[in-house]
Design a protein around this ligand. Structure first.
Ligand SMILES: C[S@@+](CC[C@H](N)C(=O)[O-])C[C@H]1O[C@@H](n2cnc3c(N)ncnc32)[C@H](O)[C@@H]1O
Length: 308
């Protein structure tokens, strides 16, 4: 079966809804203005965080939301999925008919699309959405005007840290909500073979630390020091663990697909290990029987630029 990354991101929504740290979220909400807000979300995938913030009523009355991702498949998906999602929830959607890409700045050669969601009686806020397909570092080099809020969700642990932080933080003039930063613990239950389970989990973490583009399997704990060194204040921090489990033998929403995807990522990263095939077969059988439990430890942060 071919794996669909956009479907994985869709299936991840309910898992992330539970995981996001609600104290850090409350701190974010209490620091947002009531009227106008500009947001830049990097590594935004298909746009599910924007949908979540609208569902949860977190955003103020008028929002400019820029969503950036380097993957053309995710961007194409976002362009159709977000307007459809918004229409189904009562927003009026204004999208240029051809929705053709425009070059936004000389050094960002990729495309930008715009969609406007108008508030109606039943739904607020109004949102101007700009969807940009570009590599994060090209975008930073193009020196865009900073937004009020930077969001990086399930993304920072893929970047070279701490080297990426100064550029990343140049995208905000005030707040950064940095969520689901993986922090070195992966657990599957029930145990198959304690030694083999631990060896495979550790090998998976090592692949995160040795990715050519960067990455850190303990980014969560390291961010406390890295953010401090980058000159920002940590306003709030807390755990945002993924905890995926069956209820009476069934997984909620599309979370069985989420778990299939996690096992697929193990296969992609560790396919060379001779023990992996047998281990995966048993884990997939546990999933099919509705027995598999998966836990990944992660940490959320709300940070604020220090004045001056
Ligand atoms: C784990 S996914 C998370 C997506 C989204 N934040 C979510 O949670 O639904 C990481 C995303 O980062 C994007 N990405 C990876 N490296 C990137 C880069 N250098 N510049 C921009 N996007 C990048 C990928 O295409 C992918 O969509």
């Amino acid at each position: 079966m071919t794996h669909s990354f956009p479907r994985y991101l869709l299936a991840k929504q309910t898992v992330d809804d539970r995981a996001l740290n609600k104290d850090v979220l409350a701190a974010l909400q209490s620091n947002l203005p009531d009227e106008q807000l500009s947001v830049i979300e990097v590594g935004a995938g298909i746009g599910t965080m924007l949908a979540r913030l609208l569902r949860w009523g977190i955003l103020p009355l008028a929002v400019d939301y820029t969503l950036l991702d380097s993957d053309p498949e995710n961007i194409a998906f976002a362009q159709t999925w977000l307007p459809q999602w918004a229409r189904e929830r009562g927003y009026q959607v204004h999208q240029p008919p051809a929705s053709s890409p425009v070059e936004i700045r000389e050094s960002v050669t990729e495309s930008a699309f715009s969609i406007r969601l108008s508030a109606s009686k039943s739904v607020t806020p109004s949102v101007n959405i700009t969807i940009i397909q570009a590599d994060l570092f090209d975008y930073i080099r193009s020196a865009p005007a900073p937004a009020d809020l930077l969001i990086a969700h399930a993304f920072l642990d893929l970047l070279p840290l701490p080297d990426s932080l100064p550029g990343l933080l140049s995208l905000t003039k005030n707040l950064a909500w940095l969520t689901l930063n993986f922090d070195g613990v992966t657990t599957f239950e029930p145990v198959l073979d304690p030694e083999l389970d631990s060896a495979i989990e550790a090998a998976y973490h090592r692949t995160m630390d040795t990715r050519p583009g960067g990455g850190d399997s303990r980014s969560g704990r390291h961010l406390f020091g890295f953010l401090e060194q980058a000159g920002v204040q940590i306003v709030s921090a807390g755990a945002s663990d993924w905890v995926v489990y069956p209820v009476e033998g069934r997984y909620p929403a599309d979370e069985a697909y989420f778990l299939q995807s996690i096992l697929h990522f193990f296969e992609e990263s560790l396919g060379h290990l001779p023990e992996l095939a047998g281990w995966l077969e048993k884990r997939r059988a546990q999933l099919a029987r509705g027995e598999l439990v998966y836990i990944a430890h992660q940490i959320d942060f709300l940070a604020r630029l220090k004045p001056g």
